[in-house]
Ligand binder design. Sequence first.
Ligand code: UFG
Length: 323
Amino acid sequence: MILVTGGAGYIGSHYVRYERDRGSEVLVLDDLRLGHRAAIDDSPLLIGDLNNAAVVDLAFRTYTIESVVHFAAYTSVPESVAHPDRYYGNNVVPLIHLLDSMVRHNVRNIVFSSSCATYGDPQYIPIDEQHPQAPVSPYGESKRVCEGMLQAYGRAYGVRYASLRYFNASGAHPFAAIGESHEPETHLIPIVLQAALGKRDKVVVYGADYPTPDGSCVRDYIHVCDLAEAHALALDRLRSGVDRGEYNLGSETGSSVLEVIAACRRITGRRITVEMGPRRPGDPPQLVAASKKARTELGWRPSHPDLDEIVATAWKWETNRRY
Ligand code: UFG
């Protein structure tokens, strides 16, 4: 079976759904601090903290684990600046425990949730995998350290790994009742949709004076179901004996904050009050992926590349949230 850490979280739960739909057996390991029991329906769940090496090893001793897909992590850039201890603690230490258990139990394959935050401020756009990794936040640095650990365990112990560098995960499953639910929510699309629903008074645009076409930040929004599929493809590649790979996962299209708000107005047909505010510290002006490598080596083709479609699935979730 596949051990899915953080499987009750946003991206993890979409991956669990994808694997179950193709008939795989999964075991979710999640402490439910940030994840939601309802997000995985009746998938087998081990509630436990990955910071505890004994808990991690128990999963390997109790179940026949064939591969690991590791989502569990903290993901807020501003929080990582304020509390770096949480990010090194929660993002780096659990991977040590996982890799040690994998080596001990002779489990070879791991797919790892990495991030475009490992690149730092882009030197060129679109960003390919050759772009230097110079993270500018403890969050990005924690992910880069994890990538380094995977390389070292690969060389020393023959662990096979794929590091998937996501751009902006967004949207929700088009028909399963799962979606994004963070507390507090910091991501743009859910915030704009909550303003459309009247759950927030307004949306503050963090900076309209960037060197971009309309002055607001440009990001590459990629549908969470497309991310889920990429994990399955990456895992299949490791199973076929390929020993390593780093892949950018993005739509290769940049959308500005103002364009996202316009898409949300189009899809919801609601009034959304917008206020221009100051820049948010740590935000690069523009992040757009070159993800040709994932397309050629993994055979990955995003099925929901269109921003309106991403927003439409997020809107469906936001108006029917279960958690
Ligand atoms: N934004 C606003 N107003 C808001 C919220 C966001 O203007 O209320 C802007 C941000 O400043 C940014 C863009 O919308 O320019 C997207 O912001 P998100 O918070 O949705 O996403 P980020 O690009 O900051 O973060 C994402 C992932 C992180 C990852 C990061 C890499 O969520 O995990 O990309 O830069 F680390």
